[in-house]
Design a protein around this ligand. Structure first.
Ligand code: SF4
Length: 383
């Protein structure tokens, strides 16, 4: 592991460098410095804030949303010279891919990566593809990657005729993908990257595949830890990746919550484990969770299985409802929380001083093929 501020981790979708002197987090004037810098940047800058960001950062966001909404918002601001992305590395990469060459995408702290995206490295995925090709399955397999993946993985997906998906459109993306390899009733396969849970939950609960038809490819084991027969029989080849935040929720959490809060409705993000999703009342993306809470009647009780910053904001926004966090222990997304007000102020003040810091640039070839996969997603019905 590299220490913060020392070198860059070339094997990771994130970096660890954060050069320059940050304002002290304890600086009582920090909010005022942020206001002054934001006002001075004016229309030259557009600030995006992911739903899982801290309140101190969200307060300065021009728009909030999930990763896909934010990438689209960035693309819709062609006049903004700087896109300050308060999210994680793969999101800033997507914004760079979807914005013009003249625009600069800034990630206030390069250590803001995503543990799930880091679980699929491009060399591992190419090795896995070789395993499938050697088994004679290259023509009958199509890759689908979740938005939460590096630009290199999205590019791999584009090169092999696949698509990107989000937690909102995973069902549509998988139906389209199976259609490309002979339909759901055929024997074609999907290689789903990098979140095994979203892939399994969607395949089983939305497409009607069985758990046995979903196998997990472990990149650290020869042949993915699967026999040729297991791969041949599978319909969904799930990458062995998961979200360190959503993967924490357990069936026990669901049972404890139902016992503690009679009548509670449980809503969970599809990155949660299958048994949690199967035991929940509702399942959906962060945007879906937000809309569900907005539409819920006063007096209703909710337990939410997603990142804690968002759940806390929902609890504050709906004082007429009883809103609970599904886990019994606190769990923020630690990499998302790398972005804090000192980093945001440092990034804004640096831009005002003429220094472009922490710019995220995707190489031209990867950007091209990642865009092919993203465009394919945008062409899916209803997206
Ligand atoms: S919440 Fe999970 S998937 Fe989202 S950025 Fe954090 S680690 Fe990645």
């Amino acid at each position: 592991m590299l220490l913060l501020g020392q070198q860059a981790d070339m094997n990771s979708e994130r970096g660890v460098e954060c050069t320059g002197a940050l304002p002290a987090a304890s600086d009582p004037d920090l909010v005022e410095r942020a206001r002054v810098a934001r006002a001075a940047l004016g229309d030259r800058a557009f600030i995006l804030g992911h739903h899982y960001q801290r309140n101190e950062v969200i307060d300065f966001a021009d728009v909030t949303g999930d990763s896909f909404k934010l990438a689209r918002e960035a693309a819709a601001r062609p006049d903004a010279e700087f896109i300050l992305f308060c999210g994680v590395h793969f999101m800033a990469e997507s914004a760079d891919i979807l914005t013009s060459d003249a625009q600069k995408v800034i990630l206030p702290d390069l250590a803001a990566g995503c543990s799930m995206a880091d679980m699929a490295e491009i060399n591992q995925v190419e090795d896995a593809w070789d395993v499938l090709v050697d088994a004679g399955l290259g023509e009958r397999t199509i890759p689908v990657t979740y938005m939460n993946s590096s630009a290199a993985i999205k590019a791999f997906t584009g090169r092999h005729g696949g698509t990107v998906c989000t937690s909102s459109n995973a069902e549509v993306a998988l139906r389209w993908a199976f259609d490309q390899v002979g339909g759901l009733d055929g024997d074609g396969k999907v290689l789903f990257l990098p979140d095994q849970h979203l892939g399994r939950n969607t395949a089983v609960l939305k497409l009607g595949l069985s758990l046995e038809e979903c196998v997990v490819f472990d990149p650290r084991r020869p042949g993915g830890g699967l026999t040729e027969q297991q791969i041949a029989d599978a319909r969904m080849i799930l990458w062995r990746g998961h979200c360190s935040v959503h993967g924490r929720f357990s069936l026990q959490n669901v049972e404890d919550m139902r016992a503690a809060v009679p009548g509670v409705s449980i809503i969970a993000h599809p990155e949660c484990r299958h048994e949690v999703i199967a035991a929940s009342d509702f399942v959906g993306s962060t945007e879906h969770i937000i809309r569900t809470l907005e539409a819920a009647p006063a007096g209703s009780a909710w337990a939410i299985g997603t990142e804690l910053n968002l759940v806390r904001r929902l609890a504050q926004a709906h004082p007429d409802k009883s809103v609970h966090y599904l886990d019994s222990t606190v769990c923020f997304c630690s990499t998302m929380n790398r972005i804090d007000l000192p980093h945001l102020v440092w990034a804004m003040e640096s831009l005002l001083a003429g220094r472009v810091v922490n710019q995220i640039v995707v190489n031209e070839d990867d950007a091209h093929w990642a865009r092919v996969a993203l465009d394919q997603m945008l062409a899916l019905p209803g997206v």
